[in-house]
Design a protein around this ligand. Structure first.
Ligand SMILES: *[C@@H]1O[C@H](CO)[C@@H](O)[C@H](O)[C@H]1NC(C)=O
Ligand SMILES: *[C@@H]1O[C@H](CO)[C@@H](O)[C@H](O)[C@H]1NC(C)=O
Ligand SMILES: *[C@@H]1O[C@H](CO)[C@@H](O)[C@H](O)[C@H]1NC(C)=O
Length: 552
């Protein structure tokens, strides 16, 4: 009797043990089995496959999300030097594994001896502005330094090795870099022009081998001696010498006194998400304003059907027309009050503006209280997610295509033209001030998801991000479909441009409502994003720039 009881008991115990083992196995197996096309460890979405892979490999070596981001940015300064580089600036939004988010602002600043009356020669309509007078104090390397100090795991020098190798060895000019070589034309750009001239005296083209040898030396020095080399060392001296030769006013003191800043992100509730945005001088407030206005329409995928689709885009255009009047509140918080910028991100403000949007008509420009300003373009964005859930969203730029088009011959650094971002925004500027930006590297976090997203393309940044976010989080499109969807763009004069493939019926209906169309030859929006859900990571780089994400 006692023995059979024992047998029954041990039988039950055995079955119980088996069941537990099976459950554990299934859950472990499930956790490691991510859907096809997603990654179970890390992902990097840069605007080229080459740099996404370099970032990924840093993470594979045990690097943090920030390590991967810095290595991928250094790579991008060579693969897309027309977009960003050591002579520019960046804004980082970094989430650590416990969900704390910091903003590192290494955007350029106004130099001490800025040319008096500079803003009086701002062009009245958008054009590429080159020349040494527009060069602001580069912040890029101080940004890397600060990010690495706070979040780096690998040695600083390790992050530079792939870019140094790539720069020294050379590579065929990729299509996107090659597309912009024709922008290098005038005498002002002599060093850059010489750099891209082949031995027959001709401007190089796609597929020609380009080597960034001077830049490789510069990168190597910064790798070995640290960021000080760029700001106070030999590179600083050479850089200032070359800028002076080109007629610029930057001094060694400007470089020596440059500081990147670390602040908290601003947090905006968007549905199930908390959205972390960089405050001014970055453009996060306009992004959150538009999303807050649209949020109140309780959008679902049925809003993409029939007449509702026209109404959706009408409301979106109206929100953008209002946002054109609000951009003037993106100002360096060190030089003006943040009060209005804060107000713009509030739900009550969005509710008020929504009440001013008429569903049946559009209005004359004065209705939106907007003042015209200049368009801008260029830039790169990078989204990284690591296995521990930490994430980096970073946007970096030299401003326009090849920035000021001034290349420092002795260092190989291409300098920004960031001071032109003050055009139409400020009448007077002060040393140390950051120009306003549309850049809005963002991280969204819900209970089960982390979504890292940003865009490039100057004023098209906001619509690129809004479009991708609406399509993904409200209309249920995949990250890829959400990024691929054609966008519309409302310019500073409130004229509306539509990307090729935009729904013709909607365009017609919007014109019938009074929206004025402006045909645009090019759309610069490039959204690169990554999302983690249940331990699996999806990453997408925008096909518009032939981007490609990487992960493992
Ligand atoms: C460039 O400089 C050369 C020599 O100084 C001059 O002859 C030429 O007209 C200049 N070209 C432009 C586009 O300014
Ligand atoms: C959206 O939903 C909220 C809450 O249910 C409701 O108060 C509001 O009227 C709705 N807005 C629209 C435009 O339907
Ligand atoms: C739109 O609706 C408002 C309020 O219902 C009305 O006053 C206005 O005349 C309408 N406009 C057009 C163009 O139909």
């Amino acid at each position: 009797m006692a023995r059979s009881k024992t047998r029954v008991f041990s039988c039950c115990a055995l079955i119980l043990v088996c069941v537990v083992v099976i459950i554990v196995c299934i859950s472990v197996f499930r956790r490691h089995k991510c859907p096809e096309g997603t990654f179970s460890n890390v992902a990097v979405a840069a605007d080229s496959g080459t740099c996404s892979k370099i970032g990924r490999d840093m993470l594979r070596k045990g690097g943090s999300a920030v390590d991967g981001a810095i290595a991928a940015l250094l790579c991008t300064s060579i693969i897309n030097p027309q977009s960003m580089g050591l002579g520019g600036g960046a804004i980082f939004t970094v989430m650590d594994s416990s969900g704390n988010v910091k903003i590192i602002n290494s955007r350029e600043t106004v130099p001490e001896n800025v040319k008096p009356g500079l803003l009086e020669v701002c062009p009245k309509t958008f054009q590429l502005i080159s020349g040494s007078q527009w060069i602001a104090v580069p912040g890029e390397v101080r940004g890397y330094e600060q990010a690495h100090k706070l979040y780096g795991k690998l040695p600083w020098a390790t992050l530079f090795q792939p870019a140094i190798k790539l720069a020294r060895k050379g590579f065929p000019i990729p299509p996107i870099q090659g597309r912009y070589l024709s922008y290098i034309d005038s005498n002002e750009t002599k060093a850059l022009r010489d750099f891209y001239t082949d031995k027959n005296g001709k401007l190089m083209k796609i597929g020609d081998i380009v080597k960034f040898e001077k830049l490789a030396d510069t990168l190597e020095t910064i790798a070995n001696q640290g960021p000080e080399a760029f700001y106070t060392g030999k590179i600083a001296e050479d850089l200032i010498h070359d800028i002076k030769e080109a007629g610029g006013t930057l001094t060694v003191q400007d470089l020596a006194s440059y500081k990147a800043t670390v602040t908290d992100a601003w947090v905006i509730p968007i549905g199930e998400y908390q959205m972390y945005i960089p405050p001014p001088p970055a453009g996060g407030i306009i992004l959150s304003f538009i999303l807050n206005v649209m949020k109140g329409y309780n959008l679902t995928s049925t809003d993409l059907i029939g007449e509702k689709k026209t109404l959706l885009y009408h409301r979106l255009i109206e929100a953008f027309k209002f946002s054109n009047g609000l951009k003037k509140y993106i100002r360096d918080p060190g030089f003006s009050s943040e009060k209005m910028a804060k107000t713009i991100t509030e739900e009550s403000f969005a509710n008020h503006i929504r009440s001013l949007i008429s569903d049946n008509q559009t209005h004359a420009r004065r209705y939106y209280n907007s003042t015209p300003y200049l368009d801008s373009m260029g830039t790169t964005h990078l989204s990284v997610i690591a296995k521990d859930g930490s994430a980096v969203s970073v946007t970096s730029t030299v401003n326009h295509i090849f920035g000021s088009k001034i290349m420092s011959p002795s260092t190989g650094v291409i300098l920004n033209n960031q001071l032109s971002d003050f055009c139409g925004r400020e009448d007077t500027i002060f040393p140390g001030q950051h120009p306003p930006s549309s850049m809005a590297p963002t991280v969204l976090k819900s209970k089960s998801k982390t979504l890292v997203l940003g865009s490039t393309g100057g004023n098209m940044i906001t619509i690129g991000m809004v479009s991708a976010l609406m399509n993904h989080i409200w209309f249920g499109k995949s990250l890829k479909e959400a990024i691929d969807a054609p966008i519309l763009y409302v310019n500073p004069q409130n004229l509306v441009g539509f990307e090729p493939n935009f729904d013709e019926n909607v365009i017609e209906a919007l014109e019938a409502m009074g929206h004025k169309q402006r045909i645009l030859s090019r759309f610069y929006n490039v959204v690169n994003a990554a999302e983690m859900e249940d331990g699996c990571i999806c990453a997408e780089s925008d096909a518009r720039k032939q981007g490609e994400a990487a992960g493992y």
